[in-house]
Write a protein that binds this ligand. Structure first.
Ligand SMILES: C[S@@+](CC[C@H](N)C(=O)[O-])C[C@H]1O[C@@H](n2cnc3c(N)ncnc32)[C@H](O)[C@@H]1O
Length: 394
């Protein structure tokens, strides 16, 4: 399947791109909404602007007129600015595109889109060149809140360069990276010098670091998670299938990986993945809870008797989520906060564990000393660490 920077946008948008755009738009909306609430609730002062950076912007539109990430971002930002009560009253959108033809198309498409909204406080800048030529760190430094999207075709992203730009000024910014897993896996398997060089450049590691017996998919997850571990508390990866000849293949071809320090943003990402899985699976997945010994938490609690909710969350998010498994097995659930705490509450109901936590994290039920976890009040890593689980009869 030949795909070049220009030809990609001269075709109708493929179904896997549609899935990517659904997840991207939901998470960008959630990131902006959650940041806005935090600023509005006055926890964080001196900031009324939000910055979105698209490092691999593309041309903005596909042949069938469907929108690419820059135009989707414009719509979301414009809708936000139209509500005068929102905390962010200025939004900067920075789109960077290396291919000259795509950058020119993008300029035209953006101009037309901005005319529709006609908002002075929506500022768009388009960089025509490689994102590596721009001072991303400076852009990030100038704005407390924001979102960074890195969406290469293949292995043209260098994660180490990205990490270097992000590490100092990303505290309140969410980061979404698209990774072409199968291309990397094929390059790794072919093992020609050039292939290995590309894989190493993508992860920013030496050839020695790439060696070892472990399966490439495990290595891929470990290297991606490790890359931004020092910058962000949580990393969540979800698989996306590929469409070949207009047919969607049920396989884990690409991954979208979110890095965030907000449980709410992470959870919003998982919820949108659960929704898209539901759409494609088209089956009811809320089975009655009876075979609890098949639940991963059961094995975890057998091994470790005392855990925090943070450790349980990490346990569920340690592997990237498999499209293939979730689509084909309707008993499996996406580990959203609702689903994870639902499983814990069910275990408690079956007297398999006890929950110890401050009352603000629990449903208030009179006469029940330790209530059940109410996931609505979980906002950050601290909240997850505050909730302790002790297994009783496992
Ligand atoms: C997968 S497309 C982006 C699609 C876009 N994010 C969307 O969702 O509509 C990748 C784009 O990145 C561009 N590109 C490749 N390397 C780049 C770099 N170093 N800096 C900026 N753009 C780059 C390509 O020309 C291509 O248009």
């Amino acid at each position: 399947m030949h795909n070049s920077p220009e030809s990609h946008f001269k075709k109708p948008r493929m179904e896997h791109t549609e899935i990517k755009h659904y997840l991207f738009s939901e998470i960008f909306k959630a990131s902006l909404f959650i940041a806005n609430n935090m600023v509005r609730n006055n926890k964080y002062t001196n900031s009324n602007s939000y910055t979105y950076i698209d490092l691999f912007a593309g041309s903005g539109k596909f042949e069938d007129d469907s929108k690419g990430s820059p135009l989707i971002a414009i719509d979301i930002a414009a809708n936000h600015l139209k509500y005068k009560g929102n905390a962010f009253n200025e939004i900067d959108l920075i789109f960077i595109e290396k291919d000259k033809q795509n950058a020119d198309e993008l300029k035209k498409n953006v101009e037309l889109e901005l005319e529709k909204h006609n908002l002075e406080n929506l500022r768009v800048k388009i960089g025509d060149g490689s994102w590596e030529e721009y001072d991303i760190e400076k852009i990030l430094r100038d704005s407390t809140w924001g979102f960074v999207f890195a969406d290469p075709f293949s292995t043209e992203l260098k994660l180490e360069d990205l990490k270097n730009e992000l590490e100092n000024y990303s505290k309140y910014k969410d980061i979404l990276i698209f990774a072409n897993f199968i291309t990397l896996a094929r390059q790794y398997a072919r093992s020609h010098d050039n292939d290995i060089k590309r894989v190493c450049e993508f992860f920013g590691i030496s050839e020695n670091e790439l060696q070892g017996d472990i399966d490439f998919s495990e290595k891929f997850i470990e290297l991606l998670k490790n890359k931004l571990r020092k910058i962000k508390d949580f990393s969540i990866g979800v698989a996306i299938p590929i469409a070949v000849k207009k047919e969607l293949r049920t396989m884990n071809y690409f991954y979208l990986v979110l890095f965030t320090s907000s449980v709410m943003v992470g959870n919003a990402f998982l919820k949108s993945y659960a929704d898209i899985i539901e759409k494609y699976r088209n089956k009811e997945s809320n089975l009655p809870f009876d075979n609890y010994n098949e639940e991963p938490l059961y094995n975890l609690l057998k091994k470790v008797k005392k855990l925090s909710l943070y450790e349980i969350w990490e346990y569920y998010q340690q592997n990237f989520l498999s499209w293939k498994k979730l689509i084909t097995d309707s008993n499996l659930k996406v580990p959203t906060l609702k689903n994870i705490t639902g499983i814990i509450n069910n275990f408690k109901n079956n007297c398999l564990l006890e929950i110890a936590a401050d009352g603000k994290y629990l449903y208030k039920k009179p006469k029940i000393r330790n209530g059940y976890i109410n996931y609505n009040n979980l906002k950050n890593i601290h909240d997850l660490k505050e909730i302790k689980i002790n297994s009783t009869s496992l």
